[in-house]
Structures are given as structure tokens and as C-alpha cells.
Design a protein around this ligand. Sequence first.
Ligand code: NAD
Ligand code: MG
Length: 393
Amino acid sequence: MKRLTILGATGSVGASTLDLVARNPERFEVVALTAGRDWRRLAELAVAHRARAAVIADEAAYAELKAALTGTGIAVSAGPAALVEAARMEADLVVAAIVGAAGLPPTLAALEAGISVALANKEALVCAGHLMTAAAARSGATLLPIDSEHNAIFQVLESRERVRRIVLTASGGPFRCWSRERMQGVTPAEAVKHPTWSMGAKISVDSATLMNKGLELIEAWHLFGLSPEQLGVLVHPQSLVHGLVEYVDGSVLAQLGPADMRVPIAHALAWPERIATPVERLNLAAIGRLEFEEADRERFPALALAEAALADGLCRPCVLNAANEVAVAAFLEEKIPFLAIADVVGETLAAIRPRRPETLADVDAADAAARSSAQQFVYLNHVSRFAAQHASG
Ligand code: NAD
Ligand code: MG
């Protein structure tokens, strides 16, 4: 029996993980489940999967969650510190599936406690990858990637020394063929409608700007210990080839699979074994051909910003990530247009340069400084558009 804690159990990755858990009751048992706000869904999941503990990040939801689970024997707690406690409960694997830098403290706590982590929460690694990999090395915990591209690389990476480069594929998102002009009027509903994957809102917007691929390059840098020049991106609209490793002798090993997150999640849950999944099988003869193209950094400047942040070193990725979280939230709330997401991130990167983060407190400080700067740029964008409308109208 593998004992699992799932951070972010009510999200898209959380749901795919629990689907696999339910299909393999002889293999997995649930220790703790956590959620951000949705206490109703969390209570249902905790009962259905017989969790020992249910933890809600939003303290205001504690009373409702507690009432919903009265008489079940499931321990209930709330708040960020309770999330960290949940991540430290005795378990064999913590599935890190919270969205955003909010997932960093509990994920890091699990690694520090020597509990292996199956990581979907790429933002945690982008902000503090060096702290996470150091904690894992100290405690002996294993960091297993769930992100499909990184899971693909993990599956085909034999030895780092013989690698020439690795390539992450990108679907290109819903606006792959759109001009910048056409992208000006993109609505949140259009941006979250991903052509090949079904995911949470934030990562769907990141896929539409290609920031997701930029964050993933930084994620790969921390996970695989290669230099930034050895990490590449290739647009592959079908999302069937997820990652490629090119070796010094010219061999290229790739991992293929349907665009269903249950494939990489099953790999990480069962590793080093494999379990069956109910996903649709690849029929390559029916697919006929595989398509690839270069990424366009002019139409998708977020990718170039992330590449520059990666090349520039450790504190820039944290600033990039925080500014992006603020900008994506502002776009989803219809405060700024789609194309302003990358503007806000670029302006924030240019405006602040916190010191190189050595501790979690340094990361928090860089993150907070970037968020407050990004909020100002969101506000300025709003004001200038209002003024322009006023002048022309
Ligand atoms: P989601 O929005 O569907 O779910 C996010 C989960 O985090 C929910 O359980 C939510 O309650 C919880 N949460 C949100 N804010 C929180 C906070 N402040 N404190 C504590 N919990 C909080 O997101 P998702 O699509 O499942 O993505 C989760 C992570 O996995 C992201 O980092 C994403 O980039 C990564 N990822 C997702 C997919 C996918 O297919 N969805 C694929 C690859 C990587
Ligand atoms: Mg991915």
C-alpha cells in the first residue's frame, strides 16, 4: 500500500489523481486531502476516499468543513500552517497539485520531511527550485515530475552526461495561428479553452500566452540539472509527443501518449512500477502524421521573457512567476487585456531586482515585491486604457 497525501485535491490534477486512486484500491490509500476554498467538494472527496485528514487553506471555510465532516472521524484543519502540517503527515508520496506559489511551503515541507513528491505545481519549483532540490538531496526524498513534458523526459532520460539537449513540446495553445492584432480582443473564455488538454484556468491561460512553456523550461532546469542552452521548445499542436532527449551520438528518445494527464500521473504514482489506466490508446496509423514547428517569440513574448529570466539566474524566475500570477488573475477578472499579461510581466522584471533568494524568507520577499510591482502595472494599464478611451470617445 502506498499512502498518499494530495495537495490541491479539488483541482484538475487532483481529480485525475483521485480517479486513479479509486481504480487501484489495493495499491493506494489516502492520508490527507487539501483544497483552497471549496470545502463542499473537499468534504465529499475526503469521505469518498476515506481520508484521515481534510485541510482547507481558507480559514473562513473551517466551520463549514468541520460541520460537513462531523461524525466521520476525519480530522479537519484550516490555514496555511495546517497545509504544511498535512504535507508532513506520515505518507509515502505527496502529490503537489496546488496552483501557484501558494503550493511552495507545503511541498517544500514534504521534501524536508523526507517524503517523496509527485510534482504538478511547477510554480513552486520555478520560485524555489534550488531550495526544493537541496531539501530532497538532504532528506533522500525523490522528486517525480507529473507535468507531462517533464514526466516524458524523466521516462527517457538514461544518463545526464550523454545528453546533448532536451526538448519540451508545446501545443501552441488556442491562438497558435492568430496574429497579435487578432489576439487583442481575446476573452477569458477563449483563453481557457485549450485545444488539446483540459486543465485549470491559470495553466490554460499560461498555455495560451506560452508562459507555461517558459515556466516549464525553468522547471526542467531544476529537475534535470542541464544548462539553459541545453533546453529547447518545439511546438507540436497534436500534443502526442510530450518530450524528447537527444543524446551525443545523435539518438533521440521521445515519449508519446494521449493528451490525458492520467498517463503521467499514473507513472509518478506507481513509479518505479507501472499501473494500467483507462485512457484512449494512441492509434498512429489513424493519426497518420506528426506535426512540429518553431515557437514564435514575437507573437508570444512571454516565452522570451521566461527564457531571459532563466538565463539571468535565480531571483528572476521568482519575479517572473509572481508577476505572471498577478497578471493572469487580472486578465481573468477582465481588468487587463490578454496581450497586457506579458507587458505586466516584462515591466515588473524591468522594475525590480530583489537579491538572490537563499532561504524561503528571501523567496517570499521577492515574490511579495514582484506582486506589489505587478499590481501597480496592472493598475497603470487600466488607467491608461481608460484615458485613451475617454480621449477618443
Ligand atoms: P486547478 O485550478 O484545477 O486546481 C488547483 C488546486 O489548488 C485546487 O484544489 C485549489 O483548491 C487549490 N488551491 C488554489 N489556490 C490555493 C491556495 N492559495 N492555497 C491552497 N490551495 C489552493 O489547477 P490544476 O490545473 O489542477 O493545476 C495544478 C498545478 O498543476 C498547477 O501548478 C499547474 O501548472 C500544474 N499542471 C496542471 C496540469 C493540468 O492538466 N491541469 C498539467 C500540468 C501541470
Ligand atoms: Mg506541461
